[in-house]
Design a protein around this ligand. Structure first.
Ligand SMILES: C[C@H](O)[C@@H](O)[C@@H](O)C(=O)CO
Length: 545
C-alpha cells in the first residue's frame, strides 16, 4: 500500500464489432473551421454511407455539434482528450475536407494500436487533399503505419473497393510501381560531375537556412532535425518573427515606396479595393514591402543562404501576409534592397530562396535547385506549390498545383503577367496581397525532400506545364482559390492515385528548364548532388537517368 496519490489508470472500452471511429481534424483558426464546416459535414455523410453500405458502422469519436459552431478538433489538447475516449485497437479514420494542423492528432495517432486510415474528398473548394497529404507525410516521419484514400463522394468503384480492402485487412497498399531507386550514374557525365562538385562544396563550405519560427501550422513533416540536416552541410539559424516585426518598423516609408514604384514600372498589377476587411489596399502592400526589405536585411545580417517565414501563426495577427515578400525573394529579377546605411545592394542580382510556411524540406530543395540551375546557366527561380487537386483535360491528368500565395514572377512569364490579390479573410485576417499568376507552359522538374524511416529521401520527377485554354484555367481557379497562383502541371508517367499514395508532403517543388533535354540533364545533376550528400534518391515516373 502507498499513501501517495496514484493516478487512476485510463480504462478504454473494448472496440465494438465492425465499427470504425472517425475524427475530423481542423485548423487552429476558427474562421476557417466555421467556413469549411458544411463541406466537412457533406464528406462525412458520403463517407459514412459508403462504410454503412459495406455493412460496418461509423461512430464519430467527438461531437459534431459543439458551442464552437463546428465539429473539428481545433487544438492539440482537444485531440489528446478525444483520443482518450477511443478504444485503442479500434479502426480509426481521420476524415478531412479541409486544411488541418497535423499536430492536433499526432499524439493520439502515435499511441493508437488499431489500423489508421486518412480520407479526403476529391474536391477543389477547400484544401482537404492538402490536409491529407500533410497528415500522411507527418505520420510517415513519425513512423506510424497508415493507409490513405480519396474520392469525390465515395461511390466510385475504385474507392469503394479500396475501402472494403481496408475494412477487411486494415491496410491499403499504395501503387508505387512508378518509383525506382536512382541507378548508378555515369561518373563522367558532365551533369554528374557538376552535382558531385556542388555537393562537396555544400559540405565543405556549408550553408545557413534562416528559420523565422519553426513548425508552421502543425506541419511536423516539415521540420528536419539538425542531425539529419547538418550532414548535408546545412545549418539552421533560428530566428524569431518578432525580430522581423521589429525590423519592419525600422524600414522607412520612402524605402517601401521604391519597391512599389519598381513593381509598377515592371508592369505588375495590384487588384486594389476600398474595404480593408475584404479587399487589398495600398496600406497592406506598403507593410508587405517593409517585410520584403526587413527580411533581406536580417538575411544579410546572418549571412543566410535561404530563408523561411512562418507567418500563418503569430505574424498573421500583427501584419499583412508574407506572400508578396516571399514571391519577390524567390525571383532573380526583383526590386533592389540596400543595407540600412544605403551603401550596399543586398543579394544583388540574386534570388534569395524562400521556403514558404517554413517547410524545411522545401528549404533543402530550394537551396540545392538554386545552385544546380545557377551553375547550368538556367533561371534558378523555384517554388513550392500545394498539391491541391486536379482533373483530366483532353485525355491527360492535369494537376492544380496552387500554393497559398506566391510564386516567383518568372514562373508566370514576368512581372507584367503577374498580379496581386487580397488573401482570403478566413485564413488571413489582416489581408495582404499575393504574388499570383498562371504558370507559363513549359518543361519542369518536380521533387520533394522528406523524412522516412529516420533518414532523408528525395522523390524526383519530370513534367510539363500544360497550355490550357484560358477558360479552363479560370474554371480551375474558380473551383479552388482564385487569388492564389496556379500551375497546370502534368507529371510524366505518374498517375493521380500514384502521386496521392506516394507523395510525402502537402507541397511539391517545381522549377522550369528551357526545353525537355535541358530539364532531363538538370534532373540528373540534381539527383547526383542529393546522392552525393547521402540522401536516398527515388525517380518517379518517366525519368531519363
Ligand atoms: C491558407 C492555408 O492555410 C494554406 O496555407 C494551406 O492550405 C497550405 O497552403 C498548406 O500548405
Amino acid at each position: 500500500m502507498t499513501s501517495y496519490l496514484l493516478p487512476t489508470p485510463l480504462v478504454r472500452a473494448p472496440a465494438p464489432e465492425r465499427t470504425i471511429f472517425t475524427v475530423a481534424n481542423g485548423d487552429l483558426r476558427q474562421a476557417a473551421n466555421l467556413k469549411c464546416w458544411p463541406t466537412q459535414e457533406q464528406l462525412e455523410a458520403d463517407f459514412s454511407s459508403a462504410v454503412n453500405r459495406i455493412g460496418w458502422s461509423v461512430q464519430r469519436a467527438h461531437s459534431a455539434d459543439t458551442a464552437s459552431g463546428h465539429g473539428f478538433i481545433d487544438s492539440q489538447r482537444m485531440g489528446i482528450e478525444v483520443f482518450k475516449t477511443i478504444p485503442s485497437d479500434a479502426p480509426i479514420v481521420v476524415v478531412e475536407a479541409v486544411w488541418q494542423y497535423s499536430h492536433h492528432v499526432l499524439a493520439g495517432l502515435r499511441a493508437h494500436r488499431g489500423p489508421i486510415l486518412v480520407v479526403a474528398n476529391w474536391a477543389g473548394d477547400y484544401p482537404g487533399l492538402v490536409g491529407l497529404l500533410n497528415l500522411t507525410a507527418s505520420l510517415t516521419k513519425a513512423g506510424i503505419a497508415y493507409s490513405s484514400l480519396w474520392s469525390a463522394d465515395f461511390t466510385d468503384e475504385w474507392a469503394v473497393a479500396e475501402l472494403q480492402t481496408w475494412l477487411q485487412t486494415g491496410r491499403i497498399v499504395p501503387d508505387e510501381s512508378h518509383v525506382r531507386d536512382l541507378p548508378v550514374l555515369d561518373a563522367a557525365q558532365p551533369e554528374v560531375v557538376l552535382g558531385v562538385a556542388l555537393a562537396h562544396q555544400l559540405q565543405q563550405e556549408q550553408a545557413i537556412i534562416g528559420i523565422f519560427d519553426e513548425g508552421c501550422m502543425g506541419m511536423y513533416n516539415a521540420i528536419i532535425d539538425d542531425e539529419l540536416l547538418n550532414p548535408l552541410g546545412i545549418y539552421k539559424e533560428r530566428l524569431s518573427q518578432s525580430a522581423l516585426f521589429a525590423e519592419m518598423a525600422r524600414v522607412t516609408d520612402a524605402e517601401a515606396d521604391t519597391v512599389k514604384t519598381w513593381l509598377d514600372d515592371a508592369g505588375f498589377t495590384f487588384h486594389f479595393g476600398q474595404d480593408d476587411a475584404a479587399d487589398l489596399t495600398p496600406d497592406q502592400v506598403h507593410s508587405q514591402f517593409k517585410m520584403y526589405i526587413a527580411a533581406l536585411r536580417i538575411s544579410d545580417d546572418y549571412g543566410l543562404d535561404a530563408v523561411g517565414i512562418q507567418y500563418q501563426q503569430g505574424l498573421k495577427d500583427l501584419v499583412p501576409a508574407s506572400d508578396l515578400a516571399e514571391g519577390l525573394l524567390n525571383n532573380v529579377e526583383r526590386p533592389p534592397v540596400f543595407s540600412r546605411d544605403g551603401s550596399r545592394e543586398l543579394y544583388a542580382g540574386l534570388a534569395l530562396p524562400h521556403f514558404n510556411e517554413v517547410d524545411e524540406g522545401v528549404a533543402v530543395d530550394a537551396l540545392i535547385t538554386n545552385r544546380v540551375w545557377t551553375a547550368m546557366g538556367l533561371d534558378p527561380a523555384n517554388t513550392l506549390h500545394d498539391v491541391r487537386w486536379g482533373e483530366e483535360y483532353d485525355g491527360e491528368f492535369v494537376w492544380v498545383f496552387e500554393i497559398s500565395g506566391s510564386v516567383p514572377a518568372s514562373h508566370n512569364g514576368g512581372y507584367d503577367k503577374s498580379y496581386s490579390m487580397r488573401q482570403p479573410p478566413m485564413f488571413f485576417p489582416l489581408g495582404g496581397g499575393t504574388l499570383s499568376g498562371i504558370s507559363k507552359p513549359g518543361e519542369i522538374v518536380w521533387s520533394r525532400v522528406f523524412i522516412m524511416d529516420g533518414v532523408l529521401h528525395v522523390d524526383l520527377g519530370r513534367g510539363h506545364v500544360a497550355d490550357l485554354p484560358a477558360a479552363e484555367t479560370q474554371r480551375r481557379l474558380d473551383a479552388t482559390d482564385p487569388q492564389w497562383p496556379i500551375m497546370n502541371a502534368v507529371l510524366h508517367g505518374v498517375t493521380r492515385n500514384q502521386l496521392m499514395g506516394r507523395h510525402k508532403a502537402n507541397h511539391a517543388q517545381v522549377v522550369y528548364a528551357p526545353d525537355a533535354d535541358t530539364a532531363d540533364r538538370a534532373l540528373v545533376a540534381k539527383a547526383a548532388l542529393f546522392h552525393e550528400l547521402g540522401v536516398l534518391v527515388h525517380l518517379c515516373g518517366d525519368v531519363i537517368a
